[in-house]
Design a protein around this ligand. Structure first.
Ligand SMILES: *Cc1c(COP(=O)(O)O)cnc(C)c1O
Length: 405
């Protein structure tokens, strides 16, 4: 086989469909987030305002986080030096796991290399090792959950997105004595909608099922201590497992699950994706711990964040730029056309110094291609005006429909 020709051909078909991914080469600027320096292909540098970061609260530049990371490097060095099992468990990991358990009101927590790995490993392990387990998975679940469930080889049922009645219908059709696990998210990252957690828990309880909630887009950002939507709604104790990331609002890296001691110990003991990999660097754990502690006692970032989100929506409305209405911090501006979406994104970057990555199929369904705007506490009024002004102009150039005022 001519491998090179095969690879090139596959990439060409991605390009033809408008689905080839281009990465912006950025140098983030600590202290002036959301500004970054873009390294262009011609060697030029350009200052850009990032409008699509998942560092939702700017914690990636928070002084207490940076100080904790520097301090941990000075004390412990660069890497963990091993897997958790063989010399790699650092005291910073232990402290981070305690902090996370406390955040979610659970007995225990377990950290992983990333949120992706935590979903893949935890769901993969639970669903594979609970004999006869059936997994009920929301139709819009993240790739990491889907892959974990697939890896488990457990039977899987897809329930309609955020639909407790459909979940109930599916669960009622299965034998009462089969163990069941319901997996869903709180904030869905592409539409920004929020799950009816209480109603889904009602259905799960009715059928004696475990619940597994991905709060990746909510931890740090919702609830009085940043415990997520389940904390805000007083539901944390109804979830068997809460999963989160340290890489989005907490601004660092890593993933975790929180739950009863016995569930966390079970995953710790049986999960290949936890056991056979080098532990996170101590400095990462120290930074994440500092970030969680900060957001537990400070709501200033959350308040300012919501204020900025509301302002972006208001200004878009005034300009007639259509965006999906939702109860979260994610502002999806629908373009509905792959090539135009990419074109607008390119022009925003090259001509206006605004970086919003286009989101096309297969991340979102065809015809709903979008610019997913994520305001942060550090976007100024002037930044927002500039963004909306630029979109206003491009909308006309691109002959795109406007929302009816
Ligand atoms: C980003 C994301 C993850 C993965 O988290 P990482 O820490 O980035 O690996 C998991 N679930 C959802 C819903 C996500 O959006």
């Amino acid at each position: 086989m001519d491998f090179s020709k095969f690879f090139a051909g596959e990439l060409d078909s991605l390009r033809d469909g408008g689905n080839y991914r281009f990465f912006a080469d950025l140098e983030r600027q600590a202290g002036s987030f959301p500004t970054a320096t873009r390294h262009r292909e011609n060697g030029e540098r350009q200052d850009v305002t990032v409008w699509c970061s998942n560092d939702y609260l700017g914690m990636g530049q928070n002084p207490s986080v940076l100080a904790a990371m520097k301090d941990a490097i000075d004390k412990c060095g660069a890497g963990a030096g091993g897997t958790r099992n063989i010399s790699g468990t650092n005291h910073y990991h232990v402290m981070l796991e305690r902090e996370l358990a406390d955040l979610h009101g659970k007995e225990s927590a377990l950290i992983f290399s990333s949120g992706y790995v935590s979903n893949w490993a935890a769901l993969g392990t639970l669903a594979a090792r609970i004999p006869g387990c059936i997994v009920y998975s929301d139709a819009m679940n993240h790739a990491s959950m889907i892959e974990g469930i697939r890896h488990s080889r457990a039977e899987k049922r897809l329930f309609r997105h955020n639909d407790p009645a459909d979940l109930d219908r599916l669960m009622s059709a299965d034998p009462v004595d089969r163990p069941k696990l319901v997996a869903f998210e709180s904030v869905y990252s592409m539409d920004g909608d929020i799950a009816p957690i209480a109603e889904l828990c009602d259905v799960a309880e009715k059928h004696g099922a475990m619940t597994y909630l991905d709060e990746v887009h909510a931890v740090g950002m919702y609830g009085p201590r940043g415990g997520g939507i389940a904390e805000r709604e007083g539901l944390m104790d109804r979830l068997t497992v809460i999963e989160g990331t340290l890489g989005k609002a907490f601004g660092v890296m890593g993933g975790y699950i929180a739950g009863d001691a016995v569930v966390c110990d079970f995953v710790r003991s049986f999960s290949s994706g936890f056991i056979f990999t080098t532990a996170l660097p101590p400095a990462i754990a120290a930074g994440a711990t500092a970030s969680i502690r900060h957001l537990k006692q400070s709501s200033a970032e959350r308040a300012r964040h919501q204020n900025r989100v509301a302002r972006v929506r208001r200004m878009l409305d005034r300009s007639g730029i259509p965006h999906l209405d939702n109860p979260s911090h994610i502002v999806p501006v629908i373009v509905g056309h792959a090539a135009k979406c990419k074109w607008i994104s390119d022009l925003l970057l090259d001509s206006y110094g605004i970086y919003v990555q286009p989101i096309n199929y297969p991340t979102v369904p065809k015809g709903t291609e979008r610019l997913r705007i994520t305001p942060t506490p550090y976007h100024s009024d002037a930044d927002i005006d500039h963004l909306v002004h630029a979109l206003h102009g491009l909308w006309s150039q691109c002959a795109l429909a406007r929302a009816v005022a």
